[in-house]
Design a protein around this ligand. Structure first.
Ligand code: NAD
Length: 431
């Protein structure tokens, strides 16, 4: 298929996703329990990844080298890697899949998708659209099953050229090690313990909303959760009070209901993990300001709900500040000045994202320079785009997704040498 034809297919697919966005969003909600408003927003945005990378498909160019050897013609080609395996988690199955599929297909690879065993339905429905768009059979394939069986088998398969993985860091490390056996290309999008840093000069109303969106939107089940809220001492108690007042009003309920703001946790096991972390935080001496358990409203009894929970007086040494909870649990940590904020912010194995709230432009740039994270938001939080490279520093991952250059993660370079000489030179000397 020509690159232009590939691009057109991706555009056609984008239109079909747009057409079916509501139905796909409903399936996502039934699968993972996240808010319909959030999943619909994602589904309505996903087509842009396919349009953006579809537009890039016929702009993948090689070059002719001004080679420094007589009678030699040399050029480069950008070629697809081959079979790409996309392994996705349960929290935003189709969005995270689109981030992998759009560049992989634009670059001319074929793809095998392994969705999370907890949320496979939306991917299966999504895959139908590729057929309808006219993709040739075999280009997009879906295999469901347990990660330890099906995922592991795909990672070990020597015919697979690349693994594009999003998930937990322990799984990511296992995938990385297994992929190394056959020297596969690997990109890893893993967990985070993102600092959201509020300075005393910030617009506090906006900072409160930013902190809430960082941790309670998506019920905290997001890799970019701003789970560590660093607050400068002069506004520490005020921020605590404002956050409690705001979060206490959050409406828990049916994720399909548009007035719901905090839905349930996706799996029972994940809820137990979150509750366990709340107990750990209490045991470590963190001060629980809000929540701290499961809600007792009878209408919530059938869901895996956890109350929006806020801990104050957390220190960097506590497990609640070091380990990814992946639930609606906020840790508030006080700091004195910029130096201490940076020290605390970077005191983590992770480096996925960070937020900075300040009205001082010098400080905003200084913090953006010094924070070791793949994304830094200033006076905003949780913004993503098909144009913006996304990925982790340190143990939050390897490689980036989205953004123009990221198509290179799905390409390899071939250099072709053609001798135009009539006779061959001395065979014992390198040319
Ligand atoms: P997970 O690591 O348990 O599973 C992710 C995927 O890997 C699933 O499809 C699973 O079946 C598969 N898998 C499990 N074991 C495997 C193995 N041995 N070989 C191959 N595949 C295997 O993660 P999860 O619980 O589904 O998702 C939550 C995690 O994902 C969190 O840690 C979160 O931070 C992370 N996440 C990261 C990003 C990001 O972009 N950085 C985005 C969303 C989620």
């Amino acid at each position: 298929m020509t690159a232009s034809a590939r691009g057109k297919l991706l555009w056609r697919l984008a239109d079909l996703i747009e057409r079916d966005a509501e139905e796909l969003a409903r399936i996502e909600v039934r699968d993972n329990g996240k808010l319909y408003a959030e999943m619909l927003g994602q589904l309505q945005y996903i087509p842009e990844w396919f349009r953006y990378f579809g537009g890039l498909a016929d702009k993948i160019e090689g070059g002719v080298l001004p080679i420094d050897k007589a009678e030699m013609f040399s050029y480069t080609k950008r070629e697809p890697l081959g079979v790409v395996v996309a392994i996705t988690p349960w929290n935003s199955p189709l969005l995270l899949l689109a981030w992998k599929m759009a560049p992989a297909l634009a670059a001319g690879n074929t793809i095998v998708i392994k969705p999370s065993e907890f949320t496979s339905c939306s991917t299966l429905e999504f895959a139908r659209l590729f057929k309808e768009a006219g993709f040739p059979d075999g280009v997009v394939n879906t295999v469901t099953g347990l990660g330890s069986e099906i995922g592991a088998a795909l990672v070990e398969n020597p015919r697979v050229a690349k693994i594009a993985f999003t998930g937990g860091d322990a799984t990511g490390a296992a995938v990385y090690a297994a992929a190394a056996k056959s020297i596969k290309h690997v990109t890893l999008e893993l967990g985070g313990k993102s600092p959201n840093i509020v300075f005393a000069d910030a617009n506090l109303e906006n900072a409160v909303k930013g902190a809430i969106s960082g941790i309670f939107a998506a019920t905290g089940q997001t890799c970019i959760a701003g789970s560590r809220l660093l607050v400068q001492r002069p506004i520490y108690e005020e921020m605590c009070q404002r956050l409690v007042a705001f979060a206490a009003r959050a409406k828990l309920g049916d994720p399909m209901d548009l007035v719901t703001q905090v839905g349930p946790i996706t799996t029972q096991a994940q809820r137990e993990k979150v509750i366990n972390y709340i107990e750990i935080a209490r045991g470590e001496g963190a001060r629980c300001l809000l929540g701290g358990g499961t809600p007792d409203a009878p209408e919530l009894a059938k869901g895996w709900f956890v109350e929006p929970t806020i801990f104050a007086d957390v220190t960097s040494q506590m497990r609640i500040a070091r380990e990814e909870v992946f639930g609606p649990v906020l840790s508030i940590i006080p700091f004195e000045d910029e130096n201490e904020a940076i020290e605390i912010a970077n005191d983590t194995i992770y480096g996925l994202a960070a937020g900075v709230w300040t009205s001082d432009i010098r400080r905003a740039f200084a913090m953006a320079n010094l924070i070791k994270a793949g994304t830094v938001w200033v006076n905003t939080y949780r913004a993503v785009s098909y144009m913006a490279p996304f990925g982790g520093y340190k143990q939050s991952g390897i490689g980036r997704e989205s953004g123009q250059a990221m198509i290179n993660e799905y390409l390899q370079t071939k250099c072709v040498w053609i001798s135009l000489a009539e006779s061959s030179p001395d065979p014992f000397v390198m040319r």
